[in-house]
Design a protein around this ligand. Structure first.
Ligand SMILES: *Cc1c(COP(=O)(O)O)cnc(C)c1O
Length: 359
């Protein structure tokens, strides 16, 4: 049994994907070919935003967002401590300071109450300028944007949605990728919508941001890439990856239904034994991970392993526990919920082709 069965998906889509790749090989426009534009239009339509700008990976997508929002030295950017490293990494990479926030124990997402406390503390200390919030749609569940947006508005902060794991999720029909000032996603193979290499995208309704993003991703280009009007980066999505994503995006709604069926089956089987993940009323998860909490995680994982069922820990370390962030001076106990999650969570196999669970 596979934790994420990319091979089953490929077998299902093989004819269509192979044909799309062959088309790219035939026309030979490997960089910014027609499939890139086609994908950007389809992504914008799916997510329900004006602009989708693809790039090289989900980390670059966040870095591009930092550049557009002019995040810089002296700025504080608030993000959950229980997330993948890239969320916090891009803040430091922009020379700003990440200010970590504890999690909600039921959703695993950033806790709005703790978020407001940390903002107020940062203002009171007066050392950093509160600039932005990066909320993460962890494990596929859209973060609680109705509450987070109130806070970002109250304190005049920009809001970024890190939807690397959240693509496909929604709140009352409003899709992940459409929240905040800018949203980002990743097409890393294991994400809900993945390609066959690295890939990412940035979403926004802001025309000015969209123009900046298109410039920053190609060496700060002006009229063309030999007219450079600002310092940018090289962060384009390969045409072949766009071609693969076009076929995967077409199949994605069906896979999303299957993932939700699998989650419902897990819930029915496991809810009496474990603390199972709960999706709040009105929310839809894309189930990037199906994550359980158990005090005896090691024993439970060993027993699954003995049954041939792979399990993985996402994440065993919070950001404030990472060596790279030791300099920020956080202490053990600063984030009680997130620290407990890091000790107790583990994830079960989840994808759209789980036999026996998706029907
Ligand atoms: C995967 C991931 C990223 C980074 O995406 P890459 O494409 O691997 O660079 C960022 N944030 C979160 C929450 C992720 O899970």
């Amino acid at each position: 049994m596979q934790f994420i069965d990319l091979q089953a998906q490929y077998q299902h889509l093989k004819t269509r994907i192979d044909k799309r790749i062959q088309t790219v090989l035939d026309h030979g426009n490997y960089i910014m070919g027609p499939e890139v534009q086609e994908l950007e239009e389809k992504l914008a339509e799916y997510v329900g935003v004006k602009h989708a700008i693809t790039c090289a990976n989900g980390t670059d997508a966040l870095t591009l967002a930092m550049m557009v929002l002019d995040v810089k030295a002296g700025d504080a950017v608030f993000c959950p401590t229980f997330t993948f490293f890239a969320t916090a990494e891009v803040i430091s990479f922009a020379n700003a300071t990440p200010v970590f926030v504890d999690s909600d124990e039921n959703t695993f997402n950033i806790c709005p109450i703790d978020l407001e406390k940390r903002i107020q503390k940062t203002i009171a200390e007066g050392k950093l300028v509160p600039k932005a919030i990066i909320a993460v749609d962890l494990f596929g569940l859209t973060a609680s944007y109705p509450e987070i947006e109130k806070i970002s508005n109250k304190y005049g902060l920009k809001l970024i949605e890190d939807a690397a794991q959240g693509f496909g999720g929604s709140i009352n029909g409003k899709k992940a990728g459409s929240f905040g000032d800018i949203a980002t996603t990743s097409f890393f193979p294991a994400k809900p919508l993945g390609c066959y290499g690295d890939g990412g995208a940035v979403f926004t309704n802001n025309d000015e941001y969209a123009e900046l993003l298109k410039s920053y991703r190609v060496h700060g280009k002006g009229q063309d890439k030999y007219d450079n009007v600002r310092i940018g980066m090289n962060s384009r999505l390969d045409t072949i990856q766009a071609a693969i994503l076009l076929e995967k995006l077409a199949e994605f709604p069906t896979e999303l239904i299957n993932r939700n069926k699998a989650a419902a089956n897990y819930e029915r089987e496991l809810a009496t034994t474990y603390k199972t993940p709960k999706v709040p009323e009105g929310y839809l998860s894309s189930w990037a991970q199906y994550t359980l909490v158990d005090e005896n995680r090691d024993e439970v994982m060993a027993s699954y392993k003995a049954q041939g069922i792979p399990t993985v820990v996402y994440y065993g370390k919070c950001m404030h526990q990472q060596t790279a962030f030791h300099g920020l001076g956080y202490q053990k106990g600063d984030f009680p919920v997130a620290e407990k999650l890091a000790k107790e969570v583990f994830s079960l196999p989840m994808h759209g082709y789980l036999q026996g669970l998706t029907d």
